[in-house]
Ligand binder design. Structure first.
Ligand SMILES: Cc1ncc(COP(=O)(O)O)c(C=O)c1O
Length: 507
């Protein structure tokens, strides 16, 4: 079944996945079908104590945080579902490896080890280290984007778009129509519309398209995947027009799971084979290893030396010397092991199966969720949850604050607040108003996931109490990170009072 390596079933006592082995998923059926729940194939060995403030304190903390979940202090958060970025639980092998880091400035063995793993996993010879995903985007934009350029992509990501527009470029989103319908069960909602890609290139001219960006596991539409075939089709169009293809592989891990489980052509391929098939067709790949590889850091990789040489000088300028690029060497060792572990289906399936469970629980109750379940987290469709709150009152932002009041759960607004205003200052309302409940891998237990579902259900039953928000401090760039807002009425106090009424003394 696997040509490049040996397929082995996981078993107790195995510690390392060597470079020519790949795991296959074990199947565990429950005796009683109704008890079929996600089963963790790991055990917890390091824990962090959590606190849950009272509902009255939660209203107060929210006020202090300017109604922006980014500004809440983690000590006041019970379930931190803001992001999966840099907060996934590491494996014992990652932590062990991090202790062997070689922190010499030049000629570091850690760099060599990581380079070898990257080459093994992606088949790419050249590797530029960077401190995280957006640093890679900065370098890409700095090197390749000029005034008036157009960068097509399936969908934008906040930092990607900010870097491209900062250089005078324009982002064009070419996602298939199915991708923007949150209720449609479609397996690969992150796919490019290939016909529109061709039409756009013809319209603006290939000379004005520095690269096409393919975002695996499309973040802002609910962590929805692209099919392997669609990625290959995009790369083929790029070759035809002589345009560089760039894969943002930050969310590739979940996307690989979906390719493996939803795409007929990939059913008999190992994860390792799927990665290589995709990577072989890309001119450049970059990723945030806060996501891919359960670590912290970033990388730009390629087999094309001349592309790498164009970017190389920016690494010591913006990031750090070429052997670490701003990364902590311990994180680089953890990243090397984490990337190898990404080849293990049993490791990459944990996020998606927990998310699927949460989406199913909530959908069955009637809560409008983005379907099908994607990677990264469960996504609530705030426009449908709160149909009476218009875009200009930020329904997804309001719902994120309500969820913190309901359960000390910190989600992230992924809607109009997360957008940049148009150059003329008018609002650029998001196509989807979502609240993301990120599920960092291996961090939450199933009872915590059930608690989260319970509080969302309560909120859904009390949704008529939720009101809108308005800005009180609105930064010009990436406003969602540090902007401050206010509720339009005393709806948050009323919601807290209803919580007290329904839950009594409960936290
Ligand atoms: C698809 C995608 N690209 C790029 C980034 C930026 O990565 P980082 O947060 O490491 O800067 C992210 C982060 O969430 C992402 O999801």
């Amino acid at each position: 079944m696997v040509e490049s390596g040996r397929v082995i079933a996981p078993r107790a006592g195995r510690h390392h996945l060597s470079q020519n082995e790949t795991y296959i998923m074990s199947i565990v059926k429950f005796y009683k079908e109704e008890h079929q729940v996600p089963l963790e194939m790991h055990k917890v060995r390091v824990v962090q104590k959590l606190f849950l403030p009272t509902v009255e304190e939660r209203v107060q903390k929210l006020r202090e945080a300017g109604n922006n979940t980014f500004l809440l202090q983690n000590k006041d958060v019970f379930m931190d579902m803001l992001t999966d970025s840099g907060v996934n639980a590491m494996s014992d092998n990652q932590i062990a490896a991090s202790m062997q880091a070689d922190d010499s400035y030049a000629g570091s063995e850690t760099f060599n080890r990581l380079s070898r793993v990257i080459e093994h996993v992606f088949g790419t010879r050249y590797f530029l280290p960077a401190h995280q995903g957006r640093a890679c985007e900065n370098i890409l934009a700095e090197t390749f984007v000029k005034e008036g350029d157009v960068v097509p992509m399936n969908f934008h990501f906040t930092t990607t778009k900010a870097h491209i527009t900062r250089k005078g470029g324009r982002v064009e989103e070419l996602i298939i129509a199915e991708g923007l319908d949150p209720n449609l069960e479609y397996p690969f909602k992150g796919n490019f519309d290939i016909a529109r890609l061709r039409a756009l290139i013809e319209e603006v001219g290939a000379d004005h398209v520095p690269f096409v960006r393919i975002e695996a596991g499309t973040n802002l539409i609910g962590g929805q995947p692209l099919s392997m075939q669609n990625m290959l089709d995009v790369a083929a169009v790029c070759k035809e027009y002589g345009i560089m293809s760039v894969l943002d592989a930050s969310l590739l891990q979940d996307n690989l799971y979906f390719i493996k489980t939803r795409e007929e052509a990939a059913k008999n391929m190992s994860v390792a084979e799927i990665i290589r098939k995709i990577a072989d067709q890309m001119d450049l790949i970059y990723f945030s290893s806060r996501k891919l590889g359960f670590a912290r850091g970033g990388a730009i990789i390629s087999n094309n030396e001349s592309l790498i040489l164009k970017m190389k000088a920016f690494i010591p300028l913006y990031e750090g010397f070429l052997t670490y690029g701003g990364m902590e060497v311990r994180a680089m060792e953890a990243m090397a092991v984490g990337l190898m572990e990404t080849l293990d289906e049993e490791i990459i399936n944990q996020g998606p199966i927990f998310i699927e469970y949460l989406v199913k629980e909530l959908s069955e109750y009637g809560v409008p969720m983005v379907k099908p379940a994607g990677g990264l987290g469960a996504h609530i469709n705030a426009s449908e949850f709160l149909p009476n709150i218009p875009h200009e009152q930020y329904p997804a932002g309001a719902l994120a604050t309500a969820l913190y009041i309901a359960g000390g759960i910190r989600g992230m607004e992924r809607g109009s607040l997360s957008e940049q205003r148009n150059p003329d200052g008018s609002e650029n309302y998001a196509e989807l108003e979502l609240v993301r409940l990120a599920c960092p891998r291996r961090v939450f237990t199933l009872s915590q996931v059930k608690y989260c579902a319970d509080r969302v259900k309560w909120l859904y039953d009390n949704r008529e109490l939720i009101g809108g928000l308005k800005w009180v401090e609105e930064p010009e760039v990436l406003r969602f990170f540090f902007g401050r807002l206010q509720p339009l009425s005393d709806w948050q106090e009323k919601l807290a009072a209803k919580f007290r009424e329904d839950f009594g003394e409960s936290l």
